[in-house]
Design a protein around this ligand. Structure first.
Ligand code: G1P
Length: 249
């Protein structure tokens, strides 16, 4: 039996255009993705997770007041010259060693806050016709093997649209996308399971399970034509969850 192989996931979208209203006042003048955890901003952890997963093209969908994110991924000549002249090698490495190669990082703007589905759709021309990852930096996921790296490995043999999930208390379902799973389809190690349906932010009494989507996705390019015609869903926003749900069959 020959095993089907699926195209490599080379590109990742980082939707970072959100207004960060849940973190006010910290995010009044600073992007939420720049909030630090220990010594790195959230977006840096997301970038490292993507790079570990073999991502080669990093696509940021930004919005107004998000310049700090672009600056974080750029050289800062004045500081680098100073550190170099004062022989602060370690500090110099900490700001520049990890910078992605020129041309492997792109920024496009989501001109209106119309939801996650709309943000992903804004990157359609930068993705083209290949599978891609989506990482929401405000969901920080740590593991000895990164979450996206595990998903990319699974996608190499299973293909399809794939979501990272976690179990949450039922009273929290209205804050997340919730997955209806077909438990009988679980893989041998129970890490991979088929979804029958997805609902964005259901009330606890209507939630089909307590498995919530965390901000890690691998999606097929067909999603863009679905998003193109997607009408607003929960919260009046164009929901990525609704578009993925349409592709489940
Ligand atoms: C988004 C998604 C939701 C997902 C969540 C994870 O919601 O729409 O399905 O569960 O991210 O953080 P948001 O947090 O943007 O409201």
């Amino acid at each position: 039996m020959t095993q089907t192989t699926f195209p490599k996931v080379r590109k990742a979208i980082f939707p970072v255009g959100g207004l960060g209203t849940r973190f006010l006042p910290a995010t009044k003048s600073m992007p939420k993705e720049m909030l630090p955890v220990v010594d790195k901003p959230l977006i840096h952890y997301a970038f490292e997770e993507a790079r570990e997963a073999g991502i080669e093209q990093f696509i940021f969908v930004t919005g107004r007041n998000k310049h700090a994110i672009e600056d974080h991924f750029d050289h800062v000549h004045e500081l680098q010259t100073h550190l170099s002249e004062t022989r602060k090698r370690r500090e110099l490495d900490r700001i520049s060693e990890w910078l992605p190669a020129a041309g492997s990082i792109s920024f496009t703007r989501q001109q209106e806050p119309r939801g996650l589905g709309h943000a992903v759709w804004c990157a359609r021309h930068l993705i083209g016709n290949e599978p891609f990852a989506v990482i929401l930096a405000d969901d920080m996921v740590l593991g000895s093997q990164g979450c996206l790296s595990q998903m990319v490995a699974a996608h190499a043999t299973s293909g399809g649209n794939m979501l990272g999930v976690m179990d949450i208390p039922r009273e929290k379902t209205a804050s997340y996308g919730i997955v209806d799973i077909d438990a009988s389809s679980a893989s041998d190690d129970a890490k991979l399971v088929k979804a029958r349906g997805l609902v964005e932010k259901p009330a606890p009494e209507n939630a089909p399970s307590t498995l919530s989507i965390i901000g890690r996705y691998i999606l097929q390019p067909e999603i863009f034509s679905v998003l193109e015609n997607q009408t607003p869903g929960a919260g009046g926003e164009i929901q990525l969850t609704d578009a993925i749900a349409k592709l489940i069959h």
